[in-house]
Design a protein around this ligand. Structure first.
Ligand SMILES: NC(=O)c1ccc[n+]([C@@H]2O[C@H](COP(=O)([O-])OP(=O)(O)OC[C@H]3O[C@@H](n4cnc5c(N)ncnc54)[C@H](OP(=O)(O)O)[C@@H]3O)[C@@H](O)[C@H]2O)c1
Length: 295
């Protein structure tokens, strides 16, 4: 039976990376973080670090020597670069590759979102090809919809904790999924602790399935204030996304996400979740919101 001990993490100092590194270390894996020669990233003293040129197969072969698994947390814009990385990992005898997905489920995309996330999809296709040709190699894909606690902090969910303002799209009642970044780290550690049952599977997780109106209600209760609410239509976001993408502006992604997540009747939150299978903790929505407000 495959056991995974040595894990290389690519992009371990970004928005998600530190939660992944922390969870892997706490689960007892021997972690090496790869980063670019040009990077100024810093890492905990408990991890080994390795400067790597992702464009050089020699550099990648050296980086992957003795690694059982690779977890890519590379930035979205570099998603296509993962293809060289995957080829080098397979060549070096890596047993499991977890690609940088961690958002929209790339196995069920269409239109502009599919175009923008093409690099992620191509990486997934390549992983499937390698696994079909090589019985000792496998992959796991992980979709977590929105980063939830991070999204509250940076405003990507449409709520500004500082200004106490909210943008509510459509009715505000469409359920959407979000996952706290620490939970994504736990899911990755669990996948690598259970390599057999997670091999060659694309899993969905979520800390919460909620609605914009539920969030607004809790935020108003917890701050004791009425928030300033702007109502927008996801049809208008979609139009804006199409216009931007036609000009090659990939910031269209944020506009495409609004109809994807919040469009009435879209039903994208209705996916089978692997939380229980991965042993993820049950989380409390109000507690997460209270923690975000306290920061
Ligand atoms: N669902 C959501 O709400 C959500 C939100 C944000 C991100 N995501 C997804 O989560 C994943 C990680 O995103 P993130 O925001 O954590 O990434 P990030 O912070 O933007 O970047 C992660 C790391 O990628 C490396 N990197 C940056 N530019 C690079 C380049 N040109 N070539 C190679 N490496 C580069 C850097 O590592 P070094 O400097 O150490 O080399 C950086 O620390 C992505 O797949 C992204 O799409 C999802």
């Amino acid at each position: 039976m495959t056991t995974i001990k040595n894990v290389a993490v690519i992009g371990g100092a970004g928005n998600l990376g530190p939660s992944v590194v922390k969870a892997l270390l706490e689960a007892g894996f021997k972690v090496t973080v790869l980063s670019r020669a040009s990077s100024a990233s810093t890492f905990p003293s408990t991890v080994r670090t390795h400067k790597t040129d992702y464009g050089s197969s020699e550099s990648l072969a050296e980086a992957f020597k003795g690694q059982d698994a690779v977890v890519s947390v590379i930035t979205t814009a570099a998603a296509s670069e993962q293809q060289k990385i995957v080829d080098a990992a397979v060549k070096a005898g890596v047993k499991r590759f977890i690609p940088s997905e961690y958002g929209v489920n790339t196995q069920h995309m269409e239109g502009g979102i599919a175009k923008i996330l093409n690099g992620k999809k191509a990486t997934m296709d390549l992983l499937k090809k390698h696994a079909a040709e090589n019985a000792t190699f496998s992959w796991t894909g992980l979709s977590n919809s929105m980063f939830f606690d991070w999204g509250l902090k940076v405003g990507s969910l449409g709520f500004s904790l500082r200004e106490k303002t909210a943008i509510i799209f459509d009715s505000g009642n469409e359920p959407f999924n979000g996952t706290n970044v620490g939970t994504i780290g736990l899911a990755i550690a669990s996948i690598l602790q259970h390599p057999a049952k997670t091999a060659n599977r694309y899993l969905n997780i979520a800390s919460f399935t909620t609605t914009q109106n539920t969030l607004l209600k809790i935020l108003e209760e917890e701050t004791g204030e009425e928030w300033t609410v702007t109502h927008l239509k996801t049809d208008d976001s979609f139009k804006s996304a199409e216009e931007k993408l036609a000009k090659g502006d990939y910031s269209a992604f944020g506009d495409y996400l609004k109809p994807h997540l919040y469009g009435d009747g879209k039903g994208h939150a209705n996916v089978p979740l692997a939380n229980e299978e991965l042993g993820l903790p049950k989380e409390d929505l109000r507690e997460t919101i209270k923690m975000a407000l306290a920061q």
